[in-house]
Design a protein around this ligand. Structure first.
Ligand code: ADP
Ligand code: MG
Length: 261
């Protein structure tokens, strides 16, 4: 049977498109570099997060984890020097923080709760007015009776603010939740609460970029990556990456330029 060259080409391009669609991750970070002044904070950093994946990001202080979170969210002053961020097939480098939020990207800050002077109830229902805020407080281990009527202000402890921040991210049902050290500022006994919250994100179908120092939290992720001096140096099974992180070796620089080794 004779098959014309045109048809062969079409089949080829359909297969290529199918392959691209199969391969498309929810978030693709491609060779991302971020410099402020002369300082290079992120250096050709590449990583992907699949739909529904919980991806832990490990790394010592000052290696660029929060910077990566701010770049993904599009916070003021955080524009990549080079590289691309692609969310669900769309390049988001030039989108505002609000446009990214509309796409379903949300960030829980390392230093929590940026809003002041509104009630906890209003804070948790900013996006969906009239929704039931109580369930989200219960999910983060806070009693609705005690907290719904309180104001988001300095009278809340660091741990309470952090929990309320997590509740607000849960309430948004994001497609991608970037959680910057959800464990910091919360007492050791509450690790299980955080693991429960991550499980809830997973059940909601959200992807999570989970920045953490705590091994037991990283271990519940589907995948983990270690960042060192603005680069991903190790990526894969969380147990292996956590082991590697603890041993403080660095695949790329092999200790030569690591200030912490
Ligand atoms: P991590 O979250 O991994 O602890 P950060 O991303 O907060 O690290 O910071 C990485 C490095 O970049 C640090 O040395 C920090 O001081 C520096 N840095 C972060 N943001 C800025 C900025 N806007 N201007 C100058 N230096 C910055
Ligand atoms: Mg940080």
């Amino acid at each position: 049977m004779h098959i014309s060259a045109d048809i062969v080409m079409d089949i080829d391009s359909i297969q290529k498109t199918e392959r691209l669609q199969e391969k498309m991750s929810l978030l693709e970070i491609r060779k991302l570099t971020f410099c402020t002044g002369k300082k290079e904070i992120l250096d050709d950093l590449s990583m992907t997060i699949e739909a529904g994946e919980v991806h832990a990001l490990l790394g010592t202080n000052g290696t660029g984890k929060s910077t990566l979170a701010y770049l993904v969210m599009g916070c003021e002053g955080y524009v990549p020097t080079s590289g691309d961020m692609v969310f669900d097939g769309q390049r988001i480098n030039d989108l505002t923080i609000y446009e990214r939020a509309q796409l379903g990207i949300t960030l829980a800050w390392q230093e929590p709760v940026r809003f002041e002077g509104i009630s906890v109830r209003d804070y948790l229902t900013l996006q969906h007015k009239g929704s039931d805020a109580s369930q989200y407080l219960e999910m983060v281990g806070l009693s609705p009776e005690l907290y719904l009527g309180r104001m988001v202000d300095r009278c809340l402890s660091g741990g309470e603010r952090k929990r309320i921040e997590l509740a607000s991210v849960l309430a948004l049902h994001p497609r991608l939740a970037v959680l910057d050290e959800p464990d910091s500022g919360i007492d050791m006994l509450s690790t299980q609460d955080i693991i429960n919250v991550i499980t809830l994100f997973r059940q909601n179908g959200s992807s999570v970029l989970l920045i953490t120092h705590r091994e037991e939290i990283a271990l519940i992720a589907d995948k983990a990556s270690q960042v060192c001096q603005g680069r991903i140096v190790c990526s894969g099974n969380p147990a292996n990456v956590a082991e590697y992180y603890k041993s403080r070796k660095c695949l790329v620089c092999d200790g030569e330029v690591c200030t912490y080794v």
